[in-house]
Write a protein that binds this ligand. Structure first.
Ligand code: HEM
Length: 396
């Protein structure tokens, strides 16, 4: 049997990590990678427990393996913070991220999805990710923040430019710095305008949200925190949803029988979105710093170690799910860890689920069947998200 090896940077493993993750769960539930010096937990129960013990498994040193720091990081983004700072920020932004604000977005999300998909009706095929899945979430976040319609294309272009890598471009920093400056400049002006002229939108909610601190003082978000939150929303909400929609196109093409069930009974779609999240987690790896020595599976995980929580592996753990490698839209998925767990549980979970559901409803309404040109697909290669950058489909 070959040596067990895993790292999140290896393209070959990333193409299908499930056999390696299965071996890790069975043979090395606390895995250590010597080359990059990190540990990894792959079983559902271990990932769950580590996600709820944020004192031992901290986010405050970064949660992206190659960007982790030795000392506490200075990022104003709450995803890279621990309690109590995280608690205060999360409480503040949750005021704006209310169920009302999110459900208000559904007609807008549907209209955007319909516009992109209607443009493809009658065509021989299109790229389900580049022409649809990657575009939808950017427009959704713009609408959610209340970016005026006439500015949305410009914001989308800047966001696209941030994510785009020229072939052969090694150091994209200068180009990215310029785009970033343009985008931040736009949002800084936008926040200033909303401060002067409040409206009934999420940006105004964010500006006005207030929490009481110990001792009775009140606190609002600073400009820096507001801008960091906007940055976090596009960082956390665009690439992930694009990957979820890519997996939707790919997994349903590979499982036409399951797709037919959804066409015949669209009430199965919300459950299918959970099953997709479990089956191919769009964001399968979350990193943590270990803050004290802790014994796990007969090994001491040392203080200071970098630990990967393999949420993507947890979704295929046979200790938690029956026949986990089978994709089954009628499976009742009581819980999965693909949207995280504990204090950092995905703030955009209900929005992500809504985008997944609406995208699938509108896709199947127009295109009940499609094939994928597998040879022409392309993957995204980052250590945070996993899935397709290009998924050309042919319509039947
Ligand atoms: C399918 C799509 C999505 C997936 C798979 C996903 C996954 C995740 C995961 C795994 C975490 C936890 C990270 C950790 O524990 O370190 C997280 C956190 C977060 N997500 Fe999502 N996400 C998705 C969509 C979104 C959307 C649409 C938004 C907002 C528009 C969003 C905003 C956030 C934020 C702000 C956090 C940080 C929460 C905190 O630190 O308290 N996500 N997401």
């Amino acid at each position: 049997m070959s040596d067990l090896y895993y790292d999140p940077y290896d393209y070959e493993i990333d193409a299908d990590p499930h056999p390696v993750w299965r071996r890790m769960r069975d043979e090395a539930p606390l895995y250590h990678n010597e080359k990059f010096d990190f540990y990894a937990l792959s079983r559902f129960q271990d990932v769950l427990h580590a996600s709820t013990d944020e004192e031992t498994f901290a986010s405050g040193f970064g949660t992206v393996l190659e960007m982790m720091t030795e000392t506490h990081n200075e990022s104003p983004m709450m995803i890279f913070k621990d309690p109590p700072e995280h608690t205060a920020l999360r409480k503040l932004v949750s005021r704006a991220f209310s169920p009302r604000r999110i459900s208000e977005l559904e007609p807008r999300i549907r209209a955007i999805a319909c516009r992109y998909l209607d443009a493809q009706v009658g065509s021989a095929g299109f790229d389900y990710v580049a022409d649809f899945g990657a575009r939808l979430p950017v427009m959704v976040i713009g609408s959610m923040l209340g970016v005026p319609e006439e500015d949305q294309d410009q914001v989308r272009e800047w966001t696209d430019a941030q994510l785009h890598r020229e072939e052969g471009e090694i150091d994209a920093r200068k180009r990215l710095d310029e785009v970033q400056a343009a985008l931040w400049g736009y949002f800084a002006r936008y926040v200033a305008a909303r401060r002067k002229e409040p409206r009934d939108d999420m940006m105004t909610d964010l500006i006005e949200a207030e929490i009481e601190l110990e001792g009775g003082n009140k606190r609002r978000l600073t400009d820096e925190e507001l801008l960091a939150f906007i940055g976090l929303l596009s960082g956390a909400g665009n690439e992930t949803v694009a990957r979820l929609l890519g997996w939707t196109g790919a997994v349903l093409a590979r499982n036409p029988g399951e797709r037919r069930k959804l066409v015949e009974d669209p009430s199965l779609i919300p459950g299918a979105v959970e099953e997709l999240l479990r089956y191919e987690a769009p964001s399968p790896v979350q990193a943590r710093k270990v803050t004290r020595d802790i014994d796990l599976h007969g090994t001491t995980l040392p203080k200071g170690a970098r630990l990967l929580l393999l949420t993507g592996s947890a979704g295929r753990d046979e200790r938690e799910y029956v026949d986990p490698d089978r994709f089954d839209v009628t499976r009742s998925v009581d819980r999965h860890l693909s949207l995280g767990f504990g204090v950092h549980f995905c703030l955009g979970a209900s929005l992500a689920r809504m985008e997944g559901r609406v995208a699938l409803e509108e896709t199947l309404r127009r295109f009940p069947e499609w094939d994928v040109q597998w040879h022409d697909t392309e993957r995204v290669h980052t250590s945070t998200v996993r899935g397709y950058a290009k998924l050309p489909i042919t319509l039947q």
